[in-house]
Design a protein around this ligand. Sequence first.
Ligand code: GUN
Ligand code: FE
Length: 425
Amino acid sequence: MGAESFVLRGDICYSLSPREVRCVEGGYLVCVDGRSAGVFEELPERYAASPLVDCTGRLVIPGLCDIHLHAPQYAFRGLGMDLELLDWLNTHTFPEETRYADLDYAARAYDVFAGDLRRCATTRAVVFGTVHVPATELLMERLEATGLVTYVGKVNMDRNAPERLVETSARSAEATRRWLEDVCGRFERTHPIITPRFTPSVTDGLMAELGALREKYDLPVQSHLSENPSEVSWVKELCPWSSCYADAYDHFGLLGEKTVMAHCVHSTDEEVELLRRTGTYVAHCPQSNAQLASGIAPVRRYLDLGMSVGLGTDVAGGASLSMFRCMADAVAASKLRWRLVDQSLAPLTTQEALWLATVGGGSFFGRVGSFAEGYELDALVLNDSGIRTPRKLTVWERLERFVYLAEEGGRIERKFVAGREVSLD
Ligand code: GUN
Ligand code: FE
């Protein structure tokens, strides 16, 4: 990436830990060669010659990381929110994804998706495509052009899908190999990720092939895990040899510190221990889990265990691309869980939601999600003047309101990824 050096002046907020946020009113965030050199109350003399990006009066926060969403489902977001997972997949999702065999349709759909992702609060994302290699490569080209950093997966499915979507095991593995040869190292910001849709869609034989490809190319992995009770029972029938659902991935070398598993709503103690031990990321997707009536993941438990956790919109299980909405939903879901399910797990705070959306998910991309020295500088400049109040608020209170009221007058004015400005036009 280009060497970018400048100083951003504004009301700066970032997480020091899940519970602690540092706020500096009228502070200076220093970017040297695309990385943060720290946040200062007074600008150190040695940076006085750097160009000043004056955002006085604006909030400046780290970019938000959406570690689970589906690009092809953006086309029907907000539709069909009245079914549970397996019926929703068969009724809405698989028919839509079938359309991406048509590259003209894919181009129109992915233009809309990439444009909207570029303009929203997300700076980095972990994205599902479809089974189709040409459409997935087109998606990668469109995402590369946004300036965001993403992982993008060609989806694998060799069972339990409509005839026009399902692949044969051999073709699925071969297409993945071809895709990897095409895209590995081709882009600066857009990287491939191995993407078995979920165990019900992928035979053991294909899982083994994907495990071998992951190993050969040293690639990250994304999939779904323990989202819905019917899905979990189905996996028990499909993989009677597995000790738990996560074992049906681990057996093929698909868990680890570069794996994201979406949901983990119904994970057993054994499964949680396996995720913890392998350092696997959990993508918590609160809006999707509500819309598809999946349940509420015990995020507090995952945080207490020191597991890697971030947030995902899971579009189109979740309707909104907004990571602010996702943060607010995570807090709300945790409160309902505390009240209705388990009072031993305290609700999340808004500070913790900020940490999850920045450092929590950001760490999947490396040193990302903080303004501490050495982190890649991903930043949002937020104008909250349209969220009107007669009260005088602290910097943190202004950010807290932005999380809950972003859609009611909040504006994202500028966005930086690894020190490079992203166009919001
Ligand atoms: N499990 C398998 N496929 C999907 C999907 O597309 N969305 C969600 N939410 N869960 C899944
Ligand atoms: Fe999903």
